[in-house]
Design a protein around this ligand. Structure first.
Ligand SMILES: C[S@@+](CC[C@H](N)C(=O)[O-])C[C@H]1O[C@@H](n2cnc3c(N)ncnc32)[C@H](O)[C@@H]1O
Length: 221
């Protein structure tokens, strides 16, 4: 369940031109919650590694877990070019990565959990919780729908209408339609109970104005 485009080397090659992952701000946020030289970070779905590359110099170790071989190959090249040596690349996913050793301080995941259907999201969240020490921080940012069921058609159409004709530059309409049709973004009012069931406390949530993205800052209870 990697998502079709994430297995496409052409998409991987153009991803950094399409997406600014706000990596520096994300690292600064985690630093305010204790990220430092001794911290270990597990990242699920690093993709081309904008966050991975930003966080690596600020912590002891990053374990970057991605299901897509082309993404990992691309990220491996970028890590080499940056001379970063504390990042371990793992081909695997939320449901298959097994963490060995001490529970970690931070788990990070941006725009990846929506590749799992809801049953598997809940299992994945429980697995993430087990990798964190009590009090550890999970930053979860994803495409999550923040509107009522009865408003879905209008919101989805408005979102798809923001896409352009092609896929080379910004996100195309066809890519947004594919996201809704073939991927598994859920509602905020479904994922938040899942987070509670997995023993996460919501410290903070930032929602995009269009109701399509939520970024949770979560503490492991
Ligand atoms: C849209 S990219 C996001 C990349 C980056 N985190 C960002 O925010 O720009 C989604 C990434 O999640 C990965 N992915 C998909 N399913 C996954 C899974 N089950 N476990 C881990 N990673 C997964 C994809 O291969 C891809 O690299």
């Amino acid at each position: 369940m990697a998502g079709r485009e994430n297995l496409d080397p052409a998409h991987v090659a153009r991803y950094d031109g399409k997406m600014d992952s706000a990596a520096e701000a994300e690292v600064a946020l985690l630093a305010r919650f204790g990220l430092g030289r001794d911290s270990t970070v597990i990242e699920f779905g690093p993709g081309t590694g904008q966050f991975t590359i930003a966080v690596s110099p600020q912590c002891a170790r990053v374990v970057a877990v991605d299901i897509s071989p082309p993404m990992l190959k691309h990220l491996s090249g970028k890590l080499g070019a940056h001379g970063l040596q504390n990042v371990e690349l793992v081909q695997g996913g939320f449901l298959s990565y097994t963490h060995h050793g001490e529970p970690v301080d931070f788990v990070y995941s941006r725009l990846a959990l929506h590749h799992l259907p809801d049953f598997w999201k809940a299992i994945a969240l429980l697995r993430v919780r087990a990798m964190l020490r009590p009090g550890g921080i999970f930053r979860l940012w994803d495409v999550i729908y923040d509107f009522a069921l009865g408003e879905a058609a209008n919101h989805i159409e408005a979102w798809c209408a923001t896409g352009g004709d092609g896929v080379e530059g910004e996100w195309g309409r066809a890519e947004l339609e594919e996201h809704v049709r073939d991927e598994h973004s859920t509602f905020t009012w479904l994922i938040e109970p899942m987070l509670a069931h997995a023993n996460f406390e919501i410290i903070d949530v930032t929602r995009s104005a269009d109701g399509f993205q939520s970024a949770y800052l979560l503490r492991a209870i």
